[in-house]
Design a protein around this ligand. Structure first.
Ligand code: AMP
Length: 310
């Protein structure tokens, strides 16, 4: 596994940079740096160079911006405008697999027009993090012939903007989505059926995130499944999905191979990164992570899932 290799393809990502307030059974934190594109970028930057396009408000001070410092994250596309940064609050009960969104304040995202800097337009890999699908489409209009485009979305957009979401799904190679959202988007209760129905909308790769139950990943007709690492101490699941996507797409960008084996390793790289994200609030654990930790945990996944055939 190449972490931090030099020849990796850069990834362009567009999505939310947020101030998150979160309550879980382990505690409560207010206005910490989060956002789908933030978790994605920090996770993917362990594997390759990331070009982040997003918007923040005046409240996103230097201390908050320091989460991006010293990483392979290019901030040329991070706009700072008058107003408040996107804010989101989520609360979890004792079952950490379900959460309630208390509020979503789009703030500076309401007037956001993604402007992709010239140097970012020929990015070979694109990750459209969870954001208004019309904005995801605008990004695709500005990039030149990317080799691989992946997208994340959530119930908020499936309910409010289904037509725009279908238009962008028709133009991507991979979608990363959680189980409830996969059922909602496809109208299929069964996840295998849901993956098939979503593939019929455009993406050849469909990754369904199932929280503590792991992931079900369809690559064309073929399925690959991975458990979540059994962890005794889960403090905050926020951002696990975006961190998963960062590991998955980051790994794919760092290797040239597009075989089933490379895809399977990417799914495990995503699961590995997500297993770290949930161990502390917000970005906490990811910011303290070293490449050696990632390699060790990747191997733990192999031990956990390996067995010989009969
Ligand atoms: P996850 O736990 O992977 O679903 O992602 C949680 C992150 O998504 C938080 O950091 C939020 O700031 C961000 N988020 C929540 N709702 C939205 C939304 N409607 N659009 C964009 N980002 C969002």
């Amino acid at each position: 596994m190449s972490i931090g290799g030099g020849a990796a393809n850069p990834i362009l990502t567009v999505g939310s940079v947020a101030l998150d307030s979160v309550r879980t059974p382990s505690g409560e934190v207010s206005r910490m740096v989060g956002g789908a594109a933030t978790f994605f970028s920090v996770a993917a930057s362990f594997f390759t160079d990331v070009r982040l396009v997003a918007v923040v408000g005046e409240d996103f001070d230097a201390e908050r911006a320091s989460v991006f410092e010293g990483r392979r994250i290019d901030l040329e596309g991070l706009q700072r405008v008058p107003g408040e940064t996107f804010r989101w609050r989520g609360e979890y009960g004792s079952n950490l697999n379900t959460r309630e969104t208390i509020y979503t304040h789009l703030n500076v995202f309401e007037a956001f027009e993604p402007r992709i800097p010239h140097g970012f337009r020929s990015s070979p890999i694109v990750f459209l993090a969870n954001i208004h699908p019309a904005l995801q489409l605008e990004v695709l209009e500005q990039v030149r012939d990317p080799a691989f485009v992946a997208l994340d979305t959530m119930n908020y957009w499936i309910e409010r903007t289904p037509a725009e979401l279908k238009a962008v799904l028709a133009r991507v190679d991979a979608v990363v989505i959680n189980d409830e959202e996969a059922r909602q988007l496809s109208g299929e209760g069964n996840l295998v059926g849901a993956a098939r129905a979503i593939r019929a909308l455009g993406p050849s790769h469909v990754v369904i995130k199932r929280g503590e139950h792991g992931v079900l990943a369809a690559r064309r007709e073929e399925f690959f499944a991975a458990p979540a690492l059994p962890l005794a101490d889960v403090r905050d699941p926020t951002g696990a999905g975006d961190t998963f996507a960062g590991g998955l797409v980051g790994y794919l960008a760092s290797v040239q191979s597009r075989t089933h084996d490379a895809w399977a390793r990417a799914v495990i790289a995503g699961s590995t990164m997500a297993s770290f994200a949930v161990e502390d609030f917000g970005l906490g654990r990811l910011l303290r992570l070293a490449a050696a930790d990632i390699r060790d945990r990747f191997r733990e996944f192999k031990r956990l899932t390996h067995f010989d055939a009969l």
